[in-house]
Design a protein around this ligand. Structure first.
Ligand SMILES: NC(=O)c1ccc[n+]([C@@H]2O[C@H](COP(=O)([O-])OP(=O)(O)OC[C@H]3O[C@@H](n4cnc5c(N)ncnc54)[C@H](OP(=O)(O)O)[C@@H]3O)[C@@H](O)[C@H]2O)c1
Length: 328
C-alpha cells in the first residue's frame, strides 16, 4: 500500500483509505462486531486513513473507531472526522462555540485529546467563503483540540474556494468514473496548493461494484432507498447523483473494458488513486471481504489502468457529462 504525505501535517496516509459511514448508519444494518472486523481487515491490509463524521449513527462510527484504536496502540492510523451536520446547515450555526462543542464531543467519542483532522461537513458556500470560518478553525488548532482541518464539499466551486485558504489541509469531494469534473480544475489547483484531496463515494455508492441489476433493492434504512431523489440530503451523495438505470448501463460498459480477472471496483479505485492531485480514495465497506479487496486495489497493472482511463472518459462523455457536469 502506498503511503502519501498528507499536505503540511507531517503525516502520511494510505492511497486507499476507509470510509466509515457504513459503520454508523444509513446503509442497512451493520453490527458492532461486523464494523470492528471491517476496521481490523483494513488495517491488516495497510490502510492508515479512516474517514468518519460525528453524525454517522450520531457518533456510533466515531465511537467504534475510538474503541478499535484504543485496543491497537501504535496503530499509525489517521482519523479524519467531520462536523457541522448536527444542526441545520445555516451559516449562523457555524460559530466558534459550536465548533468547540462539536470537536469536544468527537474527542470524547474517539478517545483522544487532539483530533487528527476535522473536516467541515458540506457546509453552505457562504461558510466556505467566510474568513471567520478559518479564524475559528485556526483557534481550534491553537488550542490543541485539533491538529489540522479541511473541508468536505459538494461542488467544484466550493472545492476551489477552500483550496485557496492557506490553513486548509484537505478537501474531500466526490470523484469517481461517474464524476469527472474535479479533473478540470480542482485536482490541478489542489496539487499546486499542496492541499490533499480525499476522493469520496468512489464506487458511486456501490453502482461501480458492477453487481447491481434493475431488480436490486436496498433496506428501508439504507439511503439508496430513501435518498434517491435527495429527500434527506444532497442527491449527489446517493449513486453520485446518477440515475440508477443509467448507472447500470454505464457500469456494464466500463466492466466490458476490463480484462478477465480485474474487477470494476478495483479498477475504479486504482484509477482514482492514480490521478495526480488525489492523496487518498476512501471507499466505504460493509464487509471484511470488501475492505480487503478495496485495500488491495492499488496493485493493478498500469497498462490496464491506461485502457480503463480511456473507457472512463468515453462512457462519461456519452452517458453522463451532460447531466452531471453542470450540477456539481
Ligand atoms: N458529505 C460527505 O462528506 C460524505 C458523503 C458521503 C460519503 N462520505 C465518506 O466517503 C466514504 C465513501 O463513500 P460511500 O461509502 O458513500 O460510497 P462508496 O464508497 O462509493 O460505496 C460504498 C458501497 O460500495 C459497495 N462496495 C464497497 N466495496 C466493494 C467491493 N470491493 N466490491 C463490491 N462492492 C463494494 C458496498 O455496497 P453494499 O452496501 O451494497 O455492499 C458499499 O456500501 C463514506 O463511507 C464516508 O466516509 C462523505
Amino acid at each position: 500500500m502506498h503511503q502519501r504525505p498528507l499536505a503540511a501535517t507531517g503525516r502520511s496516509v494510505s492511497s486507499i483509505g476507509l470510509g466509515t459511514w457504513q459503520l454508523g448508519a444509513d446503509w442497512g444494518d451493520v453490527s458492532e462486531s461486523q464494523a470492528l472486523d471491517v476496521l481490523a481487515a483494513s488495517v491488516e491490509a495497510g490502510v492508515t486513513l479512516f474517514d468518519t463524521a460525528d453524525v454517522y449513527g450520531d457518533g456510533r462510527s466515531e465511537s467504534l473507531i475510538g474503541r478499535f484504536l484504543a485496543a491497537h496502540p501504535g496503530h499509525g492510523v489517521t482519523v479524519a472526522t467531520k462536523m457541522g451536520r448536527r444542526v441545520p446547515q445555516e451559516p449562523e450555526n457555524y460559530t466558534p462555540d459550536h465548533f468547540r462543542a462539536w470537536t469536544d464531543r468527537s474527542r470524547e467519542n474517539l478517545g483522544v485529546d487532539t483530533l487528527d483532522l476535522v473536516q467541515l461537513h458540506c457546509p453552505p458556500s457562504a461558510v466556505i467563503d467566510a474568513d471567520e470560518t478559518y479564524d475559528a478553525l485556526d483557534a481550534l488548532v491553537d488550542s490543541g483540540a485539533i491538529a489540522a482541518y479541511g473541508v468536505s464539499v459538494e461542488t467544484c466551486a466550493q472545492a476551489l474556494s477552500a483550496i485557496a485558504r492557506p490553513g486548509v489541509s484537505n478537501v474531500q469531494i466526490i470523484f469517481n468514473p461517474f464524476r469527472l469534473k474535479p479533473l478540470d480544475e480542482v485536482l490541478p489547483a489542489a496539487e499546486a496548493a499542496g492541499v490533499a484531496i480525499f476522493a469520496r463515494v468512489p464506487l458511486a455508492s456501490g453502482l461501480l461494484s458492477g453487481r447491481y441489476t434493475a431488480s436490486t433493492s436496498f433496506a428501508a434504512n439504507d439511503h439508496r432507498t430513501f435518498n434517491r431523489h435527495g429527500e434527506a440530503f444532497d442527491r449527489g451523495e446517493t449513486f453520485s447523483g446518477v440515475d440508477f438505470a443509467t448507472g447500470l448501463v454505464a457500469a456494464e460498459e466500463l466492466s466490458a473494458a476490463l480484462p478477465d480477472g480485474v474487477s470494476l471496483p478495483a479498477a475504479s479505485l486504482a484509477w482514482i488513486a492514480s490521478c495526480p492531485g488525489v492523496t487518498s480514495v476512501i471507499p466505504g465497506a460493509r464487509t471484511t471481504a470488501q475492505a480487503r479487496s478495496n485495500a488491495e486495489a492499488g496493485s493493478i497493472d498500469p497498462a490496464v489502468l491506461e485502457t480503463f482511463a480511456a473507457a472512463v472518459v468515453d462512457v462519461y462523455d456519452r452517458r453522463l457529462r451532460e447531466d452531471i457536469h453542470p450540477q456539481w
